[in-house]
Design a protein around this ligand. Structure first.
Ligand SMILES: Cc1cc2nc3c(=O)[nH]c(=O)nc-3n(C[C@H](O)[C@H](O)[C@H](O)COP(=O)(O)OP(=O)(O)OC[C@H]3O[C@@H](n4cnc5c(N)ncnc54)[C@H](O)[C@@H]3O)c2cc1C
Length: 389
C-alpha cells in the first residue's frame, strides 16, 4: 500500500495552494458578502488547467486523474468552497458527461473548449419536483423533424447563470420511466433557453446556483448526448465521479476550518494561558484532525479506485460507486462537525465574520445535500452492500 503523494502530486498541491492563497483568499469575504460569482478568476483557472483536469490533452485537458482532481478541489476549497464547487460542477458533471458518453464529434465540439476553459459548463438534473428522486424528471424533450424541443425547468444548477454549455436531462419516453430520460447538450444563446432565478443561499454564496428554463427550446438532433433514454442511467455514473469531488470539497473546507481553529487556539489567551493548553480544546482539535484524516483516506481511496477503473478500461459502472458514496457521506458529515467545533473554539469571534470559521460553518452544509443527500448516500451504500440494483 502507498499512502503518500508522488513528487508531481505534491508539486501540484503547492501550486494550487499558492494560487488559492494569492488570488482567491484576498477576495473571499467580499465575494461571499456580495454573493458575487467570480467570473474574473475563470480565465486564471483555465490557464492553470483546472477546468479540464480529468480530460486527456487531446481533448484540451490537463490529462490528470481523479487523485489530482481531488487534490485540486481540496486545495481550492481550503480557501473557498465556492470556487471548489464551481470547478467541480464544470469538470466532473458537465464536461465529464460529454467526455464519457458523447460522440467523437461532440467531444471535439464541446469537451475541447470546456476543458480549455474557454467555455464554462453546467449540469442540470434536479427539478423542483425531482430532487433525490431524479427519475421523477418532468422536463420533456419531444422529437420533431429538426431535432428536439425541450420544455420545463431545472432548479439548483451550479454555474447555471454563467454557463456556455448545459447538459440537461429531459423525458423522451414517459412509459420507460428511468430508461426514458435522455441527456441533451444545450448551448447558451439557443432560443428558448435561459437562466431563471438565482438562489440566495446560506453558504457557498459566490458559487452560482440557478434555475434553468427551457421554453420551446429547439436543439438539433446531434445534441442528444449518449443513447436515447439512457441519460438518467448515465447520470448515476457521472455522480459516482462527482461525489469524489464533493468529498474533496468537504475535506478542503474541513482543513481550512481546522487550521483556523488551531491558529486561534494558540494565540487566544484566557485564564492566563493560551486556550490550546486546555484539554477540552485539545480534545476537540484531536477529534477534528482524526475525522479529517479519515475523510482524506476515504476520498483518496475513492479517487484512486476511479483512476484504476479508468486505466483498466471498459465500463466503469458500479466499480467505485460504494467507495465514492462512502467518501462523500463521511467527508460531508465530518465537515459539518469540524466546522461546528471550529466556531466553538473561536467562541464569540467564531460567530463573527472577522474569522473564516463562520463562513466554513455555513458553506460545509452543502456537502450533506448536493449530489445526493446523506440519506441518499446511505441508500446507495446499502444497495451496494446488499447487492440490490
Ligand atoms: C448549492 C447547490 C448546488 C447544486 N448543484 C446542482 C447541480 O449543479 N445540478 C443538479 O442537477 N443539482 C444540483 N443541486 C441539487 C441537489 O443535488 C439536490 O438539492 C439534492 O439532490 C436533494 O434534492 P432536494 O433538494 O429536492 O431534496 P429532497 O429530495 O426533497 O429531500 C428532502 C429531504 O428528504 C430526504 N429524502 C428524500 N428521499 C428520501 C428517501 N428515499 N429516504 C430517506 N430520505 C429521503 C432527503 O435526504 C432530504 O433530507 C444543487 C443543490 C444545492 C443546494
Amino acid at each position: 500500500m502507498e499512502f503518500s503523494f508522488s513528487d508531481e502530486q505534491q508539486h501540484l498541491r503547492r501550486t494550487v495552494r499558492e494560487f488559492a492563497e494569492g488570488e482567491i483568499a484576498p477576495h473571499v469575504r467580499e465575494w461571499d458578502a456580495e454573493a458575487h460569482f467570480p467570473a474574473e478568476i475563470v480565465p486564471k483557472l483555465a490557464e492553470m488547467g483546472l477546468l479540464g483536469v480529468i480530460f486527456p490533452e487531446k481533448y484540451g485537458g490537463a490529462g490528470f486523474g481523479y487523485v489530482e482532481y481531488a487534490l485540486i478541489v481540496e486545495e481550492l476549497s481550503r480557501v473557498d468552497g465556492a470556487v471548489g464547487l464551481t470547478v467541480a460542477a464544470h469538470n466532473s458533471l458537465c464536461t465529464n458527461h460529454i467526455y464519457k458518453f458523447g460522440s467523437e464529434e461532440q467531444k471535439r465540439r464541446f469537451v475541447v473548449p470546456l476543458a480549455q476553459g474557454k467555455k464554462l459548463g453546467c449540469w442540470s438534473l434536479t427539478e423542483p419536483e425531482a430532487g433525490s428522486d431524479a427519475s421523477g424528471t418532468r422536463t420533456v424533450a419531444q422529437k420533431d423533424p429538426r431535432g428536439w424541443v425541450l420544455n420545463g425547468s431545472k432548479t439548483f444548477t451550479t454555474n447555471g447563470s454563467y454557463a456556455d454549455v448545459c447538459v440537461a436531462m429531459a423525458v423522451t419516453d414517459p412509459a420507460k420511466k428511468s430508461h426514458g430520460i435522455s441527456a441533451f447538450i444545450v448551448e447558451k444563446g439557443t432560443p428558448g433557453f435561459r437562466p431563471g432565478k438565482r438562489e440566495d443561499k446560506l453558504g457557498l454564496r459566490a458559487s452560482d446556483t440557478s434555475e434553468v428554463v427551457f421554453s420551446d427550446c429547439r436543439v438539433p438532433a446531434e445534441n442528444l448526448l449518449g443513447e436515447e433514454g439512457e441519460g438518467f442511467v448515465n447520470s448515476l455514473q457521472i455522480l459516482d465521479g462527482g461525489r469524489i469531488s464533493i468529498a474533496a470539497l468537504a475535506l478542503g473546507m474541513s482543513q481550512g476550518a481546522y487550521e483556523c481553529a488551531v491558529q486561534y487556539a494558540k494565540q487566544r489567551k484566557q485564564f492566563g494561558k493560551a486556550i490550546a493548553e486546555f484539554q477540552a480544546i485539545q480534545f476537540k482539535l484531536a477529534d477534528m484532525a482524526t475525522q479529517i484524516d479519515a475523510a482524506r483516506l476515504l476520498t483518496y481511496r475513492a479517487a484512486w479506485l476511479a483512476d484504476r477503473a479508468i486505466a483498466e478500461g471498459g465500463d466503469h459502472e458500479g466499480r467505485f460507486t460504494r467507495e465514492s458514496s462512502m467518501a462523500k457521506l463521511y467527508a460531508g458529515e465530518a465537515a459539518v462537525r469540524v466546522a461546528n467545533e471550529a466556531v466553538q473554539i473561536l467562541g464569540g469571534y467564531g460567530f463573527t465574520k472577522d474569522y473564516p470559521a463562520e463562513k466554513f460553518y455555513r458553506d460545509v452544509k452543502l456537502c450533506t445535500i448536493g449530489e445526493g443527500t446523506s440519506e441518499i448516500q446511505r441508500l446507495v451504500i446499502a444497495r451496494q452492500l446488499l447487492g440490490k440494483s
